[in-house]
Design a protein around this ligand. Structure first.
Ligand code: SF4
Length: 171
């Protein structure tokens, strides 16, 4: 028999729109962000995905959001990011999360990922969900991905449909 937890919704939470990139297929260009409902409670979700913009551009904001969520719910909290070049800050934020999904959009993103991975290999993150989304055209040949669940050959999806079972809200 299915557990009740399986029927809980997942929350995709847009914390802010600031980003240092201008990706051609960014979902934030497709969605009317100003019309998104504003979150008033974190209760009732099985998982909460923190997105932006780029979360790692406002680390204090992310940390305070995680703390608020932790006070209200035991839901898993996962951050979506494409910026891991500030390794110590990234690891500090990761220590408060249940996991992270790191996206490599371009080949130039591989270098910072390798540096982060070298640290993670020395300090493995037990019980963290580490997912690596790799866009088509990014070459990871010979790159160590131990501990990461890798999804390769990603492409932009037109109009960015929200996955089934997810709701999208903003702070
Ligand atoms: S990094 Fe993410 S939020 Fe920023 S422009 Fe690209 S897809 Fe959009």
């Amino acid at each position: 028999m299915a557990k009740a937890e399986e029927f809980k919704m997942k929350l995709r939470l847009l914390m802010f729109e600031l980003c240092n990139r201008n990706c051609a297929g960014c979902c934030n260009k497709d969605w009317d962000l100003s019309s998104l409902p504003i979150i008033d409670s974190y209760e009732g979700y099985s998982e909460i995905y923190l997105t932006g913009g780029e979360p790692m551009l406002r680390q204090k904001w992310v940390i305070s959001t995680i703390c608020k969520i932790r006070k209200e719910t035991s839901a898993k909290v996962i951050m979506y990011s494409a910026k891991c070049d500030e390794y110590l800050a990234f690891l500090a934020v990761l220590s408060l999360l249940d996991g992270v999904t790191l996206t490599l959009h371009e080949q130039r993103d591989v270098g910072p990922y390798i540096s982060l991975q070298n640290i993670l290999l020395l300090h493995p993150q037990a019980n963290k969900s580490l997912r690596l989304n790799v866009f088509q055209g990014v070459n990871l040949d010979g790159v160590n991905t131990q501990g990461w669940k890798v999804k390769e050959n990603m492409v932009w999806i037109k109009n960015c449909p929200l996955p089934e079972g997810e709701v999208l809200m903003r702070l």
